[in-house]
Design a protein around this ligand. Sequence first.
Ligand code: FAD
Length: 527
Amino acid sequence: MKTQLIERQAQIKKLKQQEFDCLIIGGGATGVGSALEATRRGLKTGLVERFDFAQGTSSKSTKLLHGGVRYLEQAFKKFDWNQFNLVRDALAERKNVIQMAPHLAKPLPLIIPLYQFWQMPYYFSGLLMYDFLSGKQSLGRSKLLSLKQTLELFPTLNTEGMIGSVMYYDGQFDDARLNVEVAMTAIECGAAIANYVEVTEIIKEGEKCRGVRVKDTLTQETFEIKAQIIVNATGPYTDSIRELDQPTTEKLLKVSSGVHIVINKSFAPGEGALLIPKTEDGRVIFIVPWRGFTLIGTTDEPAKVEDNPQATEAEIQYLLKYTNQFLDKTVKREDVLSAWCGLRPLVSPTHAAAKSTAKLSRDHTIITSKSGLITITGGKWTTFRKMAKDTINKVFNQLSFSSTVNSSLSLIPVMGGKDFDRNELDKQLATNVDDEQIRSHLINYYGSRSLIIQEITKELGVERLTPKYPFITAEVVYVYRYEMAQKPEDILARRFRLSFFDSQTSQQLKERVSEIISNLQQVPIEK
Ligand SMILES: Cc1cc2nc3c(=O)[nH]c(=O)nc-3n(C[C@H](O)[C@H](O)[C@H](O)COP(=O)(O)OP(=O)(O)OC[C@H]3O[C@@H](n4cnc5c(N)ncnc54)[C@H](O)[C@@H]3O)c2cc1C
C-alpha cells in the first residue's frame, strides 16, 4: 500500500507560494475544524499553528462529547428556548463526531449518585428530556439504577447514604488525536497546514487584512502568507491576535484554568463514569475511565494566558478531596500519575459581543472586525463542526463568490475513520502482528491507518518501546511521516497521549523517541 506522505516542508512551501481565500490562525479544535470545513466547501485554505496541533486547550479537555446536562438544567429553570436549542445541537454533534472518528470516539455511560428521594424524579426527568432532545442521534436511554446495578458499572463507588443512581449516555473521545486527524484530513482535502509557524503580524491593504507575516519557529525563517480573509481561532490567545489587527481593541476574553489528574484504573475499574453534580463550591467533577486509566477533573479558577499553564498543588488536592469522598478506596498524592492544566477561552460577560443575540443562542462567539478579521472563540470541543460551519459562513459573507458544496455534506470520516471495520482490521493486522494488545492499541489509536503502520513493521519489525505499554517503534515512524510530529513531546503527549497518563514513563522514553526522529531526519523520505 502506498499512501501519500504528509511532509511539513511541502506544506510550508504551499503556504509561501499560494494565495489563499482563507487563512486560519490556530491549530486547535476550532482552527482545524474550520480548515476542514473551508476546504470541503471549495475554499483555497491555509492554517498555521504556533506550536504543535492541539498543544493548547484542545488536548487538555475532559474528553467528553456532551450536550451539557447543566445547560439543560438552566434551560428548564429559565424556560430558555435558546438554551434548549444549544443542548439539542450539541447532542446531535456527539453522534456526528462518533461517526466521523469511530476509532477515537464512543458512547460512555455516566452515573449520577442519588442520596434523597426527591433527586430521583428531578434528575431522571431531566435526563429523559436529554434523551428526547437527542432524538435519532441518541446514544442510549437513561435509566434509574439500583445500588447493585450502580456498582456493576462503577464498582468502587462509596455507597454510604446512597439510594441508587441515574445513568445516562454521553460520548467520549481522544481530543488531541482527533485534532491531529482532522488537520491531516483537511490536508488530504487540499488545505496547506503547518505546525510551528507563528503569526507575528497582520498585513493590510488599505483598511483590510490581506495576509500575515509568520515565523517558522523550527528554522527561525520569516515569510508572508497572502489571503483574502483571515480567521482568528487562537483560543485563549484570541485577544493577542485581535490586538495585532487593532491595538486599541477592547479585550474579549476572560480566561479560566481547568486541571485534571490521572490515577490508576484499579481505583475505578468499571466501564462507567461518575458525575459528581455539585461540589461545595458549586462545580461539577467527572471521574472517567480513559485509555486504561482514570481521569478526574476539573477545576475552574481565574487564570492568566500563558504557554504552559501548570496544575497547582491546591488544585490537585481539591480533586483528590472529592475523589476520596466518592470512592471507597483512598487515593494518595503519590497515586497521581499525571496532572495537567488547560485554559478556557470565555467571552467576558461585559463585552458587547456577550450581550448580542448570537451569544444568547450559542455558546461560541464570532466577531468580524472593521478590517475583516473574523474571530471565533468560546464553544466546546463537542460542537467544533458547528463552530466551523458558522465561521466559514462568515468567510463566505465577505467573499465575492458562494460555495457550491453544502456544508451538511461535510460529515466525512477523518483519516483513520475511513473504511473502519474493527474485526476486519484485526484480521489483516494479525498476519504479521502477533501481539493482540498491540493490534487492539493500533486500531484504537489509528483506525484504518493502522494498516500503514503494519507496512512499516514489515521493515522494522514489531518492537515495543517499553514493556509497559503497546507503543511500537513503527508508530514513531508513522506519526513523523504521516501526522507531522516534529519533536519527541509531539509524539509522547499528543500522538501517543503517554505524557497525559504516565508522565514518568513518558520522560523515560524521550531519549529513545528523539533518537528515532533524528535518524528519520537524516534519511530522505522515499516517495
Ligand atoms: C479543563 C477543560 C475541560 C474541557 N472539557 C471539555 C469536554 O469534555 N468536552 C468539550 O466538548 N469541551 C471541553 N472543553 C472545551 C474545549 O476543550 C475547548 O473549547 C477547545 O479545545 C478550544 O479549542 P480552540 O481551538 O478554540 O483553542 P486551542 O486549543 O487553545 O487552540 C488555539 C491554538 O492557537 C494557537 N495560536 C495562538 N497564537 C498563535 C499565533 N500567533 N500563531 C499561530 N497559532 C497561534 C495556539 O498555540 C493554540 O494551539 C474543555 C476545556 C477545558 C479548559
